[in-house]
Design a protein around this ligand. Sequence first.
Ligand code: FMN
Length: 148
Amino acid sequence: MPRLLVVHHTPSPTLQAVLEAVREGAALVEEVELVVRPALSAGAADLLAADGVLLGTPANIGYMSGALKHFFDTVYYPCLDATVGLPYGVYVHGGDDTSGALSSIQRITGALRWKQVAAPLSLTGPPGPADLAACRELAATVAATLIG
Ligand SMILES: Cc1cc2nc3c(=O)[nH]c(=O)nc-3n(C[C@H](O)[C@H](O)[C@H](O)COP(=O)(O)O)c2cc1C
């Protein structure tokens, strides 16, 4: 069964609500196993065992969270050759401007040569029903690309 790995930093109730919506969306694709790991505890073994990855982070000082950066620092060289073409998606939540966080992630995933399979999801402020629906759709879209 293909495995979707969610690597997330979830430091607030807002991001917890986002993560729960992501879980719900991924669960819609029953043919895909979901593995959810906090970014500070995820490592190369998790990534090498995954068929796709969904990254989630708050925007922090115009960048991805230190936790997600730590994940990339940990996995970059161990996974550089083995994960070329890995399907991925990303969500970022911020107060008002997620652009620096998103571009920092895209620089690293570009260097890793991962394949973005869904539009990046940028959320600001308290997430409403449409935002949470977008989280579910993102997770379901990334999961669905792993089938077949
Ligand atoms: C140190 C720090 C830096 C932050 N930097 C940004 C930023 O650059 N852009 C942004 O949109 N939000 C920024 N935020 C807001 C966080 O992204 C936001 O708190 C997080 O997504 C959780 O949302 P919540 O506080 O509504 O629960 C920052 C928050 C902190 C604590």
